[in-house]
Design a binder for this molecule. Structure first.
Ligand SMILES: NC(=O)c1ccc[n+]([C@@H]2O[C@H](COP(=O)([O-])OP(=O)(O)OC[C@H]3O[C@@H](n4cnc5c(N)ncnc54)[C@H](OP(=O)(O)O)[C@@H]3O)[C@@H](O)[C@H]2O)c1
Length: 460
């Protein structure tokens, strides 16, 4: 793991307003590999300098980063991190500065992160509904992409400059991460950092659901809920790699055209229609496979929709999420209507029920790695490709989460570590500001997005 991170105590407002490094030396510019596919310029050095109004961050990386092991310039090193400071709404995820260069121990590498994936479990985690994220304060983030900045002893298959994707239980929404080398995967040539950050969670999940659990084969029918989301689009693409698989998909109506083009033969608007009725109209006998990311009463519906010998794979509980903060009514409803079945009834029904949770496969990295290699092969053959819905800078993490939670995304929502550039000001604006500044110097705002308050923990 990259660590259960402790947030940085915040700099004083004075330091932030002046935007000065408070006597700290500037961080070394990181060396970005040549010839990468992403279009970003190597701006990390500028990032460091721009945000180097340093704070006394407690370094919490699990590896050899104890403060007293470090040279002064290593201690002075800062990097930006998103920190879940307590359970609740969007504002609970704050941008903070951490201090102290994370140095790799044996078997570890340091990765300079360029892009991070936002996943539905991150929304659940913010509300305290995802038990694989340690209690706040903690840095969320299960997947990211970037390049290797340092390698520890005994690491022979990774070198400085390698472009990699990273998969972890949490802790990746920050500019620099320290991870085990075998939790990194080399990115193929041509893959952008945005694609790399969108790849591991959605595609590994979709692959395991379809090929390991449901054993999808030609001429089968599949229902994919949330078909326009990260996992949904990955699953639809993977279904296209098997001949004559009929895909039914639920999604909000405005996304139907896109998912139809992607291979969903029967898109269904679950928000205005009874999707079970719609499916029965097309396929009265039911379906071979249902992938269930919803939970609650939808799991029973999924089971009922199966043909004999059909397979239900449960892999999420999206119905538990309703509104910005934890909704007890939605939780109670989901819990009360959850699916149960006795072994005897299961046998009599001639159906299979499986469950999958990537977050509980921490100790199965050989298995995960094997799946990822197969997926990378499919990517290189042009058979699968992440669809990026939108990108947001760390400062805009609330907007990124809102986009998913408001059901607007088609594909993956990505966070970029690079600081958001300030909008160029019009001549009129700067003239007005100059005049205002002369009259009232105290109106100056802190630098955008950087935390100025000490986070409180355990809030809801
Ligand atoms: N078991 C695992 O290892 C694993 C790993 C990753 C993800 N998952 C699960 O897979 C599902 C999809 O995850 P994802 O990361 O790919 O997210 P996603 O599908 O991109 O999530 C956002 C979309 O979900 C739909 N949605 C359905 N119910 C919702 C609700 N209650 N609130 C907000 N949006 C809702 C909305 O689209 P429409 O209205 O168009 O449907 C929304 O645009 C989730 O249930 C997630 O927990 C499981």
């Amino acid at each position: 793991m990259s660590g259960e991170d402790t947030p940085a105590p915040q700099q004083s407002e004075d330091q932030v307003q002046k935007g000065q490094p408070a006597g700290e030396p500037e961080a070394e510019p990181p060396q970005e590999p040549q010839g990468e596919a992403s279009n970003e310029a190597a701006t990390e050095a500028a990032t460091e300098a721009a945000t180097a109004a340093t704070t006394e961050a407690e370094e919490s990386q699990p590896a050899s980063t104890a403060a007293n092991d470090k040279a002064p310039e290593e201690e002075a090193f800062t990097y930006r991190a998103l920190v879940l400071t307590g359970y609740g709404g969007y504002d609970k995820v704050k941008l903070q500065l951490k201090k102290g260069r994370p140095n790799p121990r044996s078997g570890e590498v340091t990765v300079r992160v360029k892009a991070c994936g936002v996943n539905f479990p991150d929304l659940l985690a913010r509300q305290g509904l995802y038990d694989r994220l340690p209690s706040p304060p903690v840095t969320p983030g299960m997947e990211c992409s970037g390049f290797i900045e340092a390698v520890g002893e005994d690491v022979t298959d990774r070198k400085v400059g390698d472009r990699v994707m990273v998969l972890e239980r949490c802790g990746l929404w920050q500019e620099v991460v320290l991870v085990k080398a075998d939790h990194t995967f080399l990115m193929p040539e041509g893959m952008t950092y945005e694609e790399g950050a969108a790849f591991p969670v959605s595609y590994i999940t979709a692959y395991v659901l379809l090929f390991e659990m449901a054993n999808i084969r030609p001429n089968k029918s599949v229902l994919i809920h949330m078909a326009a989301g990260g996992v949904g689009i990955a699953a639809t693409q993977l279904c296209q790699t098997v001949s004559d698989v009929t895909v039914f998909g639920t999604a909000s109506a405005n996304k139907h055209e896109v998912i139809k083009q992607g291979g969903v033969m029967h898109p269904i608007d679950y928000r205005t229609r009874d999707y079970v009725e719609e499916i029965r109209k097309i396929s009265p006998q039911g379906l071979d496979v249902v992938l269930d990311p919803l939970g609650g009463s939808d799991t029973q519906k999924a089971f009922n929709l199966l043909k004999p010998m059909g397979t239900l794979v449960v892999y999420g509980a999206a119905n538990r999420l309703s509104g910005q903060r934890k909704n007890l009514l939605a939780l109670a409803k989901s819990w009360y209507s959850q699916f149960t079945i006795s072994a005897l009834s299961l046998m009599h029904s001639n159906k299979a029920v499986c469950g999958f949770h990537l977050g509980y496969l921490d100790n199965e990295f050989a298995l995960i790695s094997g799946v990822l290699q197969k997926l990378l092969h499919l990517y290189q053959q042009g058979k699968i490709k992440p669809r990026i819905d939108s990108t947001y800078h760390f400062e805009q993490v609330s907007d990124a989460m809102r986009r998913m939670q408001d059901r607007n995304n088609i594909g993956k929502v990505i966070l970029l570590t690079e600081p958001k550039k300030e909008e160029p000001k019009s001549k009129e604006d700067s003239k007005d500001q100059k005049e205002e500044g002369q009259n009232d110097i105290k109106k100056e705002e802190p630098k955008e997005g950087v935390e100025t308050e000490q986070p409180k923990t355990g809030e809801s």
